[in-house]
Design a protein around this ligand. Sequence first.
Ligand SMILES: CSCC[C@H](NC(C)=O)C(=O)N[C@@H](C)C(=O)N[C@@H](CO)C(=O)O
Length: 698
Amino acid sequence: MTLVPDSPTPANTTAFHDLDRFVALPRLSGLSLSADGTRLVTSVATLNSKGTAYTSALWELDPSGRQPARRITRSAKGESGAAFLRSGDLLFTSARPDPDNAEEEPIPALWKLPAAGGEARVVHTRPGGVQSVLAAAEADAAVVVAEVLAGSTDESDDGERRKARKDAGVAAILHTGYPVRHWDADLGPSEPRYFLIEPGEPGKPGEAGKITLDDEPSVTLRNVTGGIGSALRNASPRLSPDGTFLLTGQTVPVGGGDQRSVLVRVDTATGERSVLLEHPDYDYDAGPISPDSSTAVVVVRHRTGPDTPPNVELGLLPAAGGSLTPLASGWDRWPAPAAWLPDGSALVVTADDDGAAPVFVIDVASGEVRQVTMDAAAYTDVVISPDGLAAYALRSSYEFPPEAVRIELATGTVAPLPAPSERPPLPGTLERVEAVGADGHAVKSYLVLPEGAGASAPAPLLLWIHGGPLGSWNAWTWRWSPWLLAAQGYAVLLPDPALSTGYGQKMIERGWGAWGDAPYTDLMAATDAVVARADIDESRTAAMGGSFGGYMANWVAGHTDRFNAIVTHASLWALDQFGPTTDASFYWEKEMTAEMALENSPHTHVGKISTPMLVIHGDKDYRVPIGEGLRLWYELLSKSQLPAGPDGETEHRFLYFPDENHWILKPQHAKIWYSVVEHFLARHLLGEKVDLPPELGI
Ligand SMILES: CSCC[C@H](NC(C)=O)C(=O)N[C@@H](C)C(=O)N[C@@H](CO)C(=O)O
């Protein structure tokens, strides 16, 4: 079965010429492989019939590549978080209504799709819902992550307290610690706990779960993390293959609103918790646990300071505790561990690398690193076949959205698996280009060229600046798709300046604590090199960026008038206020001293801004709070070289989303985003009038 667009592709157009078709492209995420290696499941998000939300369903892919992809779940609320039990039964979470309890309000529950066939059934419901599930690879064990109210004593008390808050209409949260928000979520009064699913009768003392199955053996959820407080928020726990313990990072407050992450082991039989690693200079996260459950990979993140740039390393740790042995310590990349080979001889990882994120294999005994995939693509969600010969992963690049592939680990051969949808044709081409920064360092970029660009028809140029800043333009993104602009005739430059990942530690050090320096001059060097080309029109250019990329767009606005327009999305504007007001102040407050923050703050240069700016911000953005956008907008109107006139009119524009967060996620709003950007660019770069969408009501 293949998902096909409702309307056939008109000649000479692509999905990128039509926003309705673009937002309707199916989106893959996540990958789960059954223990016997015969079943592979991914999640596919598609647009609902009103075009106002995405719904994800589970699809089964054939690991051998012979059978077509097959949809295995269907509901209006969608399904996600698939995890295979050793038996082959598939667990997932869904807020769809339980047919056996039609009167219950749908909240995310734990469901099971039997390997033997038949309907999916609810395994567990709880008042606060189920966040995610982990299954052990070599044992009949699974762990559920779910939230309980901080003050609740057991399951029924939790339910009563939730009902009391809801009935009284109380949303207030009393905090004593930090953080209090995350992305767009208000933290508390509920907190995550880990629960072991075990056979037995419900209604045991403690936080035992409620069972709704009547024709299957009952199960009980046992809280194995007790009253741990809020320490497991944002943790990514790992369940050992034998199911006997969990490893997880746990946050520990260290005063002044700061926190660090220590590595803990939780015994699933007893709930006994022990700290395996803690150090004032490092944060620890759990990586995958070896197939024999004896050894853990640990991600070691160096804690930062104004003079201490971040670094990421791997270590091997006896799972029972002991000393950490560095793994591949001389490798100048930041690895993300994915899985062990089944014989425990090597670890499969991904890492940003020169505009890609390949799969690598690290030999555990020698620490030797071998690159497996050689294409300019980014790999995620890597799982390994039981014989250790192949990996399955999602792969994307700037030329195609995520697709499931099979990778031969010995040869690096990559073959796409039959997919739920086909790759969308692109309205242009992609090139890798290189420039030289002011200090002589190489600055690499991707350059998207629209069809027809050439010396006789040079294309207007958009400089796109990525966020993070610790990131790289190396994977497909739905939120910043250059192909929509290429379809309108623009070339798009995607540079990786100082602070970008995948180019070694030196590239990070060049920009750390000095955002206005090398990151800015690298961007200008990349732009200079590209506008010198005959197929690019230097007289029609714009700079655009989101988040940290928006910070940089604001900095560009105050430091050069070379661009005809600037688009700044969810951007940092005043670094004196941003650090203490973002949801993760402990992260940002460590990067710069107050003096460095002021020195690098775009708001101090507002008086020099003479380029029309399109400011975009969502009110539910807790990462870069709306105060940044509001202050930027008011200061542009009052202090820039293009202030609002006595009639209130200005060349600047503010696109405000009252119900979006750091990212514009609703499909109808994504269409507005791209439409308004196109309108603004056409006005200032092309001197053309592109209609605004009527839904704006103006
Ligand atoms: C790995 S770089 C750190 C990302 C950073 N994390 C925290 C804790 O703040 C972050 O969220 N940065 C944003 C300001 C940002 O630039 N976000 C970009 C890219 O992640 C975005 O598009 O959201």
